[in-house]
Design a protein around this ligand. Structure first.
Ligand SMILES: C[S@@+](CC[C@H](N)C(=O)[O-])C[C@H]1O[C@@H](n2cnc3c(N)ncnc32)[C@H](O)[C@@H]1O
Length: 243
């Protein structure tokens, strides 16, 4: 992805920061986001020091720190960061890119990233930076739209919605890149991570209308386990080796 695309992402999220939470923090959105967050949190240490890359308005940081632990969020968009600071006053947030993380080596116990990886201009650089700032033995968990049956038409849909000027918090042509299991495994492996696990998550999509959403919620556990080709998000968890 070019620098121009990254500028476009930043500008877009600056523009939608005020309405972002209407999408992800109201009933369908909250249900969808909580489901993804819980899936990732299972693989992250509790009560640890976390870096959330592409933290947006702080939805994941809020969930992660709700009981214990501390978190730092980094995001391209200044306006999204302002919302995050408002939401999570006890956490730290900084403007920046996941590809150049402004923290020292071996700083964090855990790194997370939700709904960001498909935007990355240089995913290898982001993983290399995540590896660098993780302490030995630290965990990483990411989740993003994956390359699957039901996501194939999404780039065309986003392009169309941009052409007809639909104001939507994510539907825009950012040249997103979707990955399958082998591609994800390969880039995490090449970055040096071990214990790499790839899974599929979510069938009830935020933009489904009721009663389809409610039906999809009910069958979601079955779909994720038995027919993962119908799930939308690919999740990867891994560790930085101790030595
Ligand atoms: C769909 S939102 C997800 C926000 C948040 N993770 C959540 O779960 O609500 C994508 C976010 O990623 C940020 N982003 C995109 N590319 C990025 C990059 N290279 N580095 C840091 N943040 C990035 C955007 O500014 C935006 O806030």
């Amino acid at each position: 992805m070019s620098t121009a695309k990254q500028d476009k992402i930043q500008q877009h999220y600056d523009e939608v920061a005020d309405i972002y939470d209407n999408h992800y923090d109201l009933p369908h959105g909250r249900c969808y986001h909580t489901h993804l967050s819980q899936h990732l949190m299972q693989s992250l240490p509790k009560g640890a020091r976390l870096l959330d890359i592409g933290c947006g308005t702080g939805l994941f940081v809020e969930k992660y720190t709700s009981e214990e632990g501390s978190a730092v969020g980094i995001d391209l968009s200044r306006r999204m960061i302002e919302r995050a600071r408002h939401r999570c006053a006890a956490s730290d947030f900084t403007i920046g890119t996941g590809e150049t993380i402004p923290f020292s080596d071996n700083t964090f116990d855990a790194v997370s990233s939700l709904l960001v990886f498909s935007y990355l201009r240089d995913p290898e650089a982001m993983l290399s930076e995540a590896y660098r700032v993780l302490k030995p033995g630290g965990a990483i968990a990411i989740c993003t739209l994956g390359k699957k049956l039901l996501t194939r038409g999404i780039p065309a849909l986003y392009l169309l919605s941009e052409k007809i000027k639909v104001k939507h918090v994510v539907m825009k042509d950012f040249g997103e890149r979707y990955y399958d299991e082998d591609e994800m495994f390969g880039i995490f492996y090449d970055a040096g991570f071990s214990d790499i696990r790839v899974s599929w998550c979510s069938f009830a999509h935020i933009d489904m209308i009721d009663p389809l959403f409610q039906f999809a919620r009910r069958v979601e556990p079955f779909v994720e386990k038995r027919i993962p080709q119908l799930a939308y998000n690919i999740c990867v968890t891994a560790r930085k080796p101790e030595k």
